[in-house]
Design a protein around this ligand. Structure first.
Ligand code: GAR
Length: 216
């Protein structure tokens, strides 16, 4: 039985699309059962619709309290029999109750090499601007489990991307995004096939994992 995943997205959803493409190619043994977004205009909703994946717009402003907000999410996740949550460009902190209920069952992709250039306010283009301002020579992608702190849970996979002398934030973002698309499905597939072992902060992938560069 393939792992039942909910995808959370806030924007364009190109990472979501890359996962859908990998699934269509037969490289990803998961089922996408639900998409949740906090921004009703997110293109990720269109991607869900065209793939017949049920989607829900859930935003904190719809609720009187964090508890009600978390409860609505839990209800939707439970109804869809969600086993695992994939954050794909989701720009909101998840309620801690969700993190608790899905401990080590939520992953995020960050457009930088954590722990550098992470934390509150470090998302999307902010990361690439900060990397360039700092003058770092290498940036990249981090896939990690989600815990109660921003960009903090155990690291599952990282991929480095060179920062070029003539990069602006857009150019760097687009090369990092390409690396994201080639990385996220590998981490998810390793998890879906039970190849990932978590020991405190140390995450290891057993033999046969797709972490190393296999042909795309
Ligand atoms: C991606 O670069 C992703 O790593 C980043 O937002 C972009 C979303 O693109 N996520 C974060 O910064 C989360 N903290 P997408 O909507 O096209 O997948």
């Amino acid at each position: 039985m393939s792992m039942r995943c909910a995808v959370f997205a806030s924007g364009g959803g190109s990472n979501f699309q890359a996962l859908l493409d990998r699934k269509a190619k037969g490289d990803l043994s998961v089922e996408f059962v639900l998409m949740i977004g906090n921004n009703s205009k997110a293109a990720a909703f269109d991607r869900a619709r065209s793939n017949n994946i049920p989607s829900l717009h859930i935003a904190p402003s719809h609720f009187h309290s964090e508890e009600e907000y978390a409860q609505a999410m839990i209800a939707a996740l439970t109804e869809a029999q969600t086993e695992f949550i994939v954050l794909a460009g989701y720009m909101k902190m998840l309620p801690s109750r969700i993190v608790k209920e899905y401990r080590n069952k939520i992953i995020n992709i960050h457009p930088g090499l954590l722990p550098a250039f992470g934390g509150k306010g470090m998302y999307g283009m902010n990361v690439h601007k900060a990397v360039l301002e700092y003058g770092a020579k290498i940036s990249g992608v981090t896939v990690h489990f989600v815990d109660e702190e921003y960009d903090h849970g155990p690291v599952i996979m990282q991929k480095a991307v060179d920062v070029l002398d003539d990069d602006d934030a857009e150019a760097l973002a687009s090369r990092v995004l390409e690396a994201e698309h080639d990385t996220y499905w590998r981490a998810l597939e390793d998890i879906a096939l039970g190849r990932i072992c978590v020991d405190g902060r140390r995450v290891s992938v057993s033999a046969g994992g797709v972490a190393s560069s296999s042909p795309g």
